[in-house]
Design a protein around this ligand. Structure first.
Ligand code: FAD
Length: 489
């Protein structure tokens, strides 16, 4: 599978009728598959998107993410129509039916080539292999592209030839490659085709099993919005990113994750913008842009890990030895966490932010994930699933990476595992309590000293007492990991 999909076919000399399969690359600018299809085509180019409601449900996609995808598709369809490229929509419950449906579509429109950018999740890779085989069996050309990441997974290797499993050396390898080879090119949108073979399909507004537009007022759709956000962030906030990114009440980060997750903006465009702000010094240059580049490289890292260690796509721990940890099964505690009723204001604020907006600040994600896995001792997989079902930016690699990092079952340079103290995290990253007041209004009258602490201080009946005692829970967490010398200290 690896060999076939990693192979980018020879140029076809401009004689193709390509079908471009859009997936997590919902844009016309800097879209490698689309750009090459337009170069290879003799005449018309067609686009297709596959809606797979049952598969999306099985992958825990949230209504917020589906809503953003569908609204972005509508914009993409308009942009493609302006280029005389009709976007066709295929609806098929699961991936299993996709090869047959795409092939039938290619036959109907006499397309002799399928072009798409690679995805790296296990089920997506399996689907792509089956689709490729179906097309190749009928003599059609399949061309796949590296688009989602800066470096194709598998290219960057340690000195001993293995995949990187620790972020810092991985980051250094990425930076060295970028300094050596230059930044990847950002391609413009292709020029309009001379003619089109058919009309685009109507993009449905909703998908069965998912709500209609969800958090649509907060997450405007499409690549135009993604570009606007990148510009605004680069102009107004990137310079201060290093200091502001951890402050929960500040709009200190780009809020581009939903758009990167569905490919409404390319990673290359983000990197190019940061490099411009860093005046070309992408390592050791201005702190704001360079720190932001490091975060983009965390995304890169987790995608490479997901490709190199497919078990993480299958619900398994990155560190197999942590599979023996005995997690608590306490539905009452889990519900309290899900509903933001833990009695720890900073945890509850984070969970309410996600419920109200479909997004959660990175620092809050780390705090609530640590709380679930360490203070409540609940399996990270429950948290991972709950996040996917609510986040507008749900992304298997980043979500899994973040959860396993927090649960100490994943990639981490630390030989011991960390347990966040929710109250000291709150004091440090929400010093005035403004984030808590925004998302837990019951506490708005508490002053900036009281607001971080749970229990007692609050009006009875309005805010819950802490569901666990942090100090006791911390001891229990140390014991839980105790049998595992690698993961505990
Ligand atoms: C438990 C947990 C779950 C997470 N789940 C997701 C998820 O489902 N989808 C998701 O995109 N991110 C996830 N993250 C990573 C991170 O929290 C978000 O990417 C970030 O908060 C998005 O905000 P932003 O776009 O303003 O980021 P910025 O700070 O502006 O960073 C720019 C981009 O870099 C990438 N990035 C930043 N931080 C990280 C990180 N720690 N790991 C990987 N990529 C990063 C994202 O693509 C982000 O959009 C998770 C983190 C944790 C701890």
């Amino acid at each position: 599978m690896r060999r076939r999909l990693a192979k980018e076919a020879e140029s076809t000399g401009g004689a193709m009728r390509p079908l471009v399969w859009f997936r997590s690359d919902l844009r016309v600018h800097d879209n490698r598959a689309l750009a090459q299809a337009c170069r290879d085509a003799a005449g018309p180019v067609l686009g297709v998107f596959t809606i797979c409601p049952k598969q999306w449900e099985a992958h825990d996609w949230s209504s917020a993410k589906v809503s953003l995808v569908m609204r972005t598709l509508a914009e993409l369809s308009g942009a493609l129509t302006a280029l005389n490229i009709p976007l066709l929509i295929v609806e098929e419950p699961t991936f299993a039916g996709v090869p047959g449906r795409l092939l039938a579509l290619a036959e109907r429109h006499q397309c002799d080539g399928l072009y798409f950018s690679r995805e790296y999740e296990w089920n997506e890779r399996t689907r792509d292999e089956q689709v490729s085989q179906a097309f190749e069996r009928t003599g059609r050309v399949v061309r796949t592209f590296s688009d989602r990441v800066l470096f194709e997974p598998g290219i960057l290797r340690t000195q001993s030839g293995g995949m990187y499993t620790v972020y810092s050396p991985f980051r250094r390898a990425c930076i060295a490659r970028l300094l050596e080879g230059g930044l990847p090119e950002v391609e413009p949108a292709p020029r309009a085709r001379a003619g089109s073979v058919c009309k685009p399909d109507r993009v449905p507004e909703a998908v069965a099993g998912f709500g209609g537009p969800t958090h649509a007022d907060l997450w405007a759709a499409g690549e135009s919005e993604a570009k606007k956000r990148l510009d605004r962030f680069a102009r107004a906030r990137m310079a201060d990113y290093r200091e502001a990114r951890d402050l929960l009440a500040e709009p200190g980060t780009s809020e581009l994750s939903p758009y990167l997750a569905i490919g409404a903006i390319s990673i290359r465009a983000c990197l190019a913008r940061a490099a411009r702000a860093a005046e070309g010094t992408i390592d050791g240059g201005p702190a704001g842009p360079c720190t932001w580049i490091n975060e983009l490289l965390w995304r890169e890292f987790y995608t490479h890990v997901m490709w190199g260690f497919p078990r993480v796509s299958k619900g398994r721990a990155f560190r197999p030895e942590t599979e023996s940890i005995r997690w608590e099964e306490d539905e009452r505690l889990f519900r309290a966490w899900c509903e933001g009723k833990t009695g720890y204001p900073i945890v509850d604020a984070g969970m309410h932010q996600m419920a109200q907006t479909g997004w959660m600040h990175n620092r809050a994600r780390m705090i609530v994930a640590s709380f679930l896995t360490k203070d409540l001792g609940i399996d990270w997989r429950s948290g991972e699933r709950f996040f996917m079902r609510h986040l507008v930016d749900g992304d298997l690699a980043n979500n899994n990476g973040g959860w396993q990092w927090s649960a100490s079952t994943g990639t981490d340079a630390q030989p011991y595992f960390r347990i966040f103290n929710p109250v000291s995290q709150s004091r440090r990253y929400d010093p005035k309590g403004a984030y808590i007041r925004r998302y837990v209004p019951e506490l708005e009258r508490l002053d900036e000293k009281q607001i971080h602490e749970g229990g007692g201080l609050f009006r009875p009946g309005r805010y819950p007492a802490p569901i666990v005692d942090h100090a006791t829970a911390r001891e229990a967490a140390l014991r839980r990991f105790g049998g595992n010398s690698e993961a505990s200290r």
